[in-house]
Design a protein around this ligand. Structure first.
Ligand SMILES: C[S@@+](CC[C@H](N)C(=O)[O-])C[C@H]1O[C@@H](n2cnc3c(N)ncnc32)[C@H](O)[C@@H]1O
Length: 212
């Protein structure tokens, strides 16, 4: 790090329960002049409101907030791990002049695989969070597929798609509100999941290769 080089810390906060956050993240947040994150993320930390900047999902606003606070010690808190579909890439690409320290967190995929007693050595890990992925094709090359979901690409849409493609017998796991007191993990088949109705929002999904 060069003298007077502006600095940003990007910290992964795991699935959301403070018990799953590395202690160094709490230190970085305490030392920061400005902490940026989504509401669910900021609410975890005991910090004065004046230090907080709520990330509203708009990247232009985020960029401006960082520009405006260039001389300050900024910490950005992101869900799960920093290396798996987080703001890290955008920040690193947008601020080449900054020294950026990245602190990893437990990803929702690590947490869900662990909870199920499964490994991810031969797993495809992707995101349907505002993206498209041909997971029907991917499962042919892997033992299992992990997917981040969003309001459009929900666990139910995935289950229905598996059934449509002849994979109704695949083991299907839904992880809702992982690590929180109201966590729900459902392990069933894609066919049974396709017939369920649950009002789940924060969700991740794993399905396994169908062994016929
Ligand atoms: C922008 S992505 C961030 C992924 C994150 N970097 C990670 O490593 O898990 C947000 C998605 O992560 C998943 N997610 C994050 N926290 C979760 C939780 N506590 N329970 C279930 N899924 C979660 C959901 O699929 C959500 O839509």
């Amino acid at each position: 790090m060069k003298n007077n080089q502006p600095q940003i810390n990007i910290c992964g906060i795991g699935p959301g329960n403070p018990d799953y956050i590395c202690p160094i993240v709490f230190k970085k947040v305490k030392l920061a002049d400005i902490v940026i994150g989504g509401k669910r993320h900021l609410d975890i930390f005991d910090i004065e409101n004046k230090k907080n900047i709520l990330f509203n999902g708009k990247l232009d606003d985020l960029k401006q907030a960082i520009e405006n606070n260039k001389s300050k010690n900024i910490t950005i808190v992101v869900s799960g791990d920093t290396g798996f579909y987080s703001l890290r890439k955008f920040i690193v690409n947008s601020f080449p002049e900054f020294h950026i320290e990245v602190i990893p967190g437990i990803s929702s995929f690590q947490y869900l695989y662990a909870k199920l007693g499964l490994g991810y050595e031969n797993a495809f890990k992707g995101s349907l969070h505002g993206k498209e992925v041909d997971y029907i094709k991917q499962i042919q090359s892997y033992d299992s597929v992990f997917l981040l979901t969003d309001k459009k690409n929900t666990w139910k849409v995935i289950a229905l798609n598996l059934v449509k493609n002849g994979m109704g017998k695949s083991k299907f796991h839904i992880g809702n509100n992982l690590s929180y007191p109201n966590e729900k993990i459902i392990s069933t088949t894609a066919l049974d999941a396709s017939k369920m109705n649950h009002d789940f929002e924060l969700c991740s999904v794993i399905f396994e290769k169908c062994m016929m």
